[in-house]
Write a protein that binds this ligand. Structure first.
Ligand SMILES: Cc1ncc(COP(=O)(O)O)c(C=O)c1O
Length: 424
């Protein structure tokens, strides 16, 4: 590991949680240089929904390179892009009656978010944007300004003007209607809230701790946006791409956002980010918002193959089935260790196990890694263990992964008891 410590900036993060050198990865399993295998419950933070080195995707990439398909083309037309756009339209947009334009941005999620904010502000001629408590939208300056957690928001970085944070669904508990609160803030001329160009949110705040907005809350928010001519932007970067069982996370609620950001798994494991928006919002001048790596041709090839998972309902049905398995098994962990006072929440194949004791989730993640499982944390204080397996993970591996978590918790609690007895 010496070269990483010597040369790579202190900013490196995940390598600290998972301090081995990975050599290969296939499906749901990552293997390190000593041949040790790890079940992956992290899936590249939601990038590897179709697993590592998915056969179909890998094969298409190999063939594309062997045939000297253009790798880079700025936003020039290529066959790879043509096929991707056609597939996206035919398989995802048209069947859902979504009449969106597609804009390719720089290749990571935060680029799509920046683009959405810029376009919304330009179209509406208003600078303010509403974001929500516990939101995570990326770490470039515009996206950072609408990200809640102050770990990332050093005072020195940026003026946080033009953003108003409002309470997300459930922020004040189940009995407080945060849409009523927002409506009051918007209608009251003296609330101090400038009418926003847009409201931006995740339907499930993944990094924020697996906080789930209810379908009714989303519908009420969409109505509120409509009433006041505010654009509704859904950031589906982490929980879109099938994570909830539908391709888009908002489908269950029936809302039609004005804009949708997509990245992570849309690239089939390769860097790709895009913005979908209503046709009438397409008010850019040609070349007004550019970037060298807009639309990565290898990612188009990978994504084209990945989108075949949406030709029928098989993947959706499998996610629904595995979602039930996850809910039952994770709840069993919460029930088995009542002293943790753990709560379980989730939708589709994203789940959170919240444990109030500070630092305990990070101990679990560390122990899980020693026991052969990769799992990350979420929430303002890393108080949530975030389950994010690939959507294609088989049931046996899923169950094995969850059992490693139960075993790791048991070991930690037993050690804690032994330490306490030893100290007496
Ligand atoms: C909802 C959401 N938006 C935006 C981002 C930023 O994406 P990226 O890290 O690719 O810039 C993330 C990353 O985790 C995310 O979860």
């Amino acid at each position: 590991m010496r070269i990483f410590e010597q040369l790579e900036s202190r900013v490196r993060g995940y390598v600290r949680s998972f301090p081995v050198i990975f050599q290969s990865a296939k499906g749901a399993i990552m293997t390190d240089t000593s041949g040790r295998e790890y079940i992956d419950f992290f899936a590249g933070a939601g990038t590897l929904n179709y697993g590592h080195n998915n056969d179909r995707i890998s094969q298409a990439l190999i063939e594309y390179i062997q045939k000297d398909g253009p790798i880079h083309g700025l936003d020039m037309a290529t066959v790879a892009k043509q096929r991707f756009l056609t597939k996206l339209n035919d398989t995802i947009l048209l069947p859902r009656n979504l009449d969106y334009k597609v804009q390719f941005t720089g290749p990571t999620g935060t680029n799509a978010v920046e683009t959405a904010l810029k376009l919304a502000r330009m179209v509406k001629g208003r600078s303010n944007v509403v974001a929500f408590t516990n939101a995570y939208h990326g770490l470039t300056m515009g996206a950072l300004a609408i990200t809640g957690n102050n770990f990332y928001r050093d005072e020195a970085y940026i003026s946080r003007s033009n953003v108003s944070f409002m309470p997300y669904d459930g922020y004040f508990g189940p009995d407080f209607n945060t849409i009523d609160f927002l409506r009051k803030m918007i209608t009251d001329n003296s609330s101090g809230l400038d009418l926003p160009a847009a409201v931006i949110l995740e339907t499930i705040q993944a990094e924020g701790g697996v906080n789930i907005a209810s379908p009714q809350w989303l519908r009420d928010l969409a109505q509120l946006c409509y009433d006041f001519d505010i654009l509704l932007i859904i950031d589906d970067i982490q929980v879109g791409n099938g994570r909830t069982g539908d391709f888009f996370s908002f489908e269950e609620s029936g809302i039609k956002p004005d804009m949708v950001t997509l990245s992570k798994a849309i690239g089939g494991g390769l860097p790709l980010a895009l913005l979908l928006f209503r046709q009438d919002l397409d008010q850019w001048k040609p070349g007004e918002h550019t970037g060298t790596f807009r639309g990565n041709n290898l990612a188009f090839v990978a994504s084209y193959e990945a989108l075949h998972y949406w030709d029928n309902m098989d993947l959706s049905n499998a996610v629904a089935y595995k979602s039930d398995v996850m809910r039952t098994e994770i709840q069993k962990i919460a029930d088995r260790f009542p002293e943790l006072e753990a709560t379980v929440r989730g939708r589709g194949m994203i789940f959170g196990l919240e444990i109030p004791e500070r630092g305990f989730c990070s101990q679990i993640s560390e122990r899980c890694f020693q026991n052969g499982l990769i799992i990350e944390l979420a929430g303002a204080d890393d108080q949530v263990l975030k389950f994010l397996p690939s959507l294609t993970m088989d049931e046996e591996t899923l169950l094995k992964g969850i059992s490693i978590i139960a075993q790791s918790i048991e070991e930690l609690l037993e050690e804690k008891k032994a330490n306490l007895t030893g100290a007496m």
